[in-house]
Design a protein around this ligand. Structure first.
Ligand SMILES: [Zn+2]
Length: 225
């Protein structure tokens, strides 16, 4: 019965690739190969920054499917890429022990509208993937949900880099209860101008913390250092 229903629904709504929109599967072979390419490394505010993909129209589909529609397959692909970046940075920086993942919060209205906290869900997904990975005995991950939005932030669409930095300046405060955890990594799905990430770094610096790295799934190439 279930099988019949599934094939019936596929007849009405044939699956198409979440990324390139080709019909056939939810994520086609070409797109999934594209997402397995080597992790890229840059710096932001002189902190090592790792990401998987350059942001383009296709990857925008994937990010939107995860963020706006709550598509689990899309979110899982973002989480896998963030975890691959984590493995690369653990090797590069030769670190072990406990690491805190600090998510960059979305604007309050957006979170209310979606009814879920996308980056928090993404981080929990990364932690799940990590639990089954080979480096789980060397690295323990903790979701440090410590950044709070303390300022009304405007939608950044259409703002240039300078205006985005003004818009995000003082946007977050870090609420960090007593903890010895000092190895922190800032996590987001996408870096555009870098203004949100920089506001996150500033919020941590106010309480004398500096992240060891930043990881996102995608990056807009024009703004990279
Ligand atoms: Zn595709």
């Amino acid at each position: 019965m279930l099988k019949t229903l599934k094939s019936l629904s596929q007849l009405i709504y044939p699956p198409f690739c979440l990324i390139c929109k080709e019909p056939g599967t939810n994520i086609c072979l070409l797109c999934s190969k594209q997402w397995q390419q080597p992790i890229k490394r840059r710096r932001i505010d002189n902190i090592p920054y790792y990401f998987s993909q350059y942001y383009d129209d296709k990857n925008a589909h994937l990010i939107l499917a995860a963020k706006e529609s709550g598509n689990l397959e899309a979110r899982n692909l973002l989480a896998i890429s963030i975890h691959r970046a984590l493995i690369r940075l653990v090797t590069d920086l030769n670190i072990s022990g406990e690491i805190g993942l600090v998510g960059i919060p979305s604007r309050a209205e957006i979170t209310r509208h979606r009814g879920r906290r996308h980056i928090q869900d993404l981080i929990e997904n990364v932690i799940q993937i990590h639990a089954n990975s080979q480096i789980s005995s060397k690295i323990a991950l903790q979701n440090l949900d410590i950044l709070q939005t303390v300022k009304k932030i405007k939608d950044q669409t259409g703002l240039d880099k300078g205006l985005r930095i003004t818009n995000m300046s003082g946007a977050y405060l870090a609420n960090y209860p007593e903890s010895n955890l000092r190895k922190l990594i800032i996590i987001d799905d996408l870096i555009t101008s870098g203004a949100s990430i920089k506001a996150g770094i500033t919020a941590l610096s106010i309480i004398n913390l500096r992240p060891i790295a930043v990881i996102t799934a995608c990056a807009v190439s024009a703004h990279l250092e």
